[in-house]
Design a protein around this ligand. Structure first.
Ligand SMILES: [Zn+2]
Ligand SMILES: [Zn+2]
Length: 345
């Protein structure tokens, strides 16, 4: 089978790999149909995020069951499924204390980062990580389940009120999914992006009563013209850091979900004195089923968020649409695409 393999920074290529075999009775062989290109993939390819050499990239995926192990009773060949790629053992110290997203074995089991992923034709997963799709949900739409699940995990860490004045920085797929996930809990707010094309697109797919702005200050001004305070700021860009703290209302939340190295400073006294919360969140924890539901029920408009689809062998065009030029070895912070999907044959 053809597989998109990461060797080192800027060195990715399609290679021929053997079809993986079922090795345990609870495993399932899935023929991959679609995988979303994620910011993490761009980070790995450009050398900004560590991954193991010679692994197959890709982790946001859906496909069709082709073979099931002896003990699998809930799935059969032909079933359409979405894959939860966040493997956890269930038995290590992290898993036994409710932190399965930080399973001690992550450094060798993380799909598309430290273990083979899904930018290929076949993938083996344990049955507990597969969720059946209803007929009306396309494989492409289903690929948004994983990023949405990560977002729901982030939101679960906030003592959220529908009245929260909210700003989401970055109108890429994560920012737009955040706006819809927050809207499903009654929150209204605004999306901020420096890319005019993304803002235009965001304006048409943002939830009802959500606005789009080209600067953080304009969004703050709109939310609170006199006090310039908001209750929740979600930074999906990874570049803003703690610069926005002065615009957080007392008791407010700064949610950091952009995976990017940097240095940020804050005054501990201000965090204490104003009861501020700075939160980081990675991967998903007990939220995959809810994400699956929100997409199935079309509460989150997955179809509208997908702007580009390419076959796997045109991966360079897919990455380019997201500002990542594999030939020039450049990664631009802004792109015209929202969600880009690679289809396996
Ligand atoms: Zn992802
Ligand atoms: Zn574990």
């Amino acid at each position: 089978m053809q597989a998109l393999v990461y060797n080192s920074a800027w060195d990715v290529a399609l290679e021929e790999r053997p079809v993986p075999a079922i090795e345990k009775d609870n495993q399932v062989l899935v023929r991959i149909k679609a995988t979303g290109v994620c910011g993490t993939d761009l980070g790995i390819v450009s050398g900004k995020y560590q991954a193991s050499s010679s692994i197959i990239l890709g982790h946001e995926s859906a496909g069709e069951v082709v073979l099931v192990g002896k003990s699998v009773t809930t799935l059969m060949p032909g079933d359409r499924v979405v894959i939860d790629p966040t493997y956890y053992c269930g038995q290590c110290g992290m898993c036994r204390t409710g932190r399965q997203n930080h399973c001690a074995h992550k450094s060798v089991t993380e799909t598309g980062v430290s273990a083979d992923g899904t930018f290929t034709d076949y993938y083996v997963a344990e049955d507990r990580f597969l969720y059946k799709l209803q007929d009306h949900v396309s494989y492409e739409e289903a690929t948004l389940t994983e990023p949405l699940s990560c977002i729901l995990t982030g939101i679960n860490q906030i003592n959220l009120l529908p009245s929260f004045r909210t700003i989401v920085l970055g109108a890429g797929p994560i920012g737009i999914l955040y706006s819809h996930a927050l809207a499903s809990k009654g929150v209204t707010g605004s999306l901020v992006d420096i890319s005019k094309e993304r803002l235009f697109k965001a304006g048409s797919i943002a939830p009802a009563r959500w606005e789009a702005y080209d600067s953080f200050q304009a969004a703050v001004e709109a939310a609170d013209p006199s006090g310039r305070q908001v209750d929740l700021i979600v930074d999906t860009t990874g570049v803003v850091g703690t610069q926005v703290i002065s615009n957080l209302a007392n008791g407010g939340y700064l949610m950091l979900v952009g995976l990017r190295d940097g240095t940020s400073t804050f005054n501990p006294k201000e965090i204490v004195d104003r009861s501020l919360k700075i939160i980081g969140s990675i991967d998903s924890l007990g939220t995959f089923s809810t994400a699956h539901y929100l997409i199935e029920q079309r509460i989150v408009p997955a179809k509208e968020i997908i702007t580009h689809t390419f076959p796997l062998d045109r991966y360079k065009e897919a990455f380019h649409a997201l500002g990542c030029d594999l030939n020039e070895r450049t990664l631009s912070p802004s792109s015209h695409a929202i969600k880009v999907i690679l289809q396996s044959s």
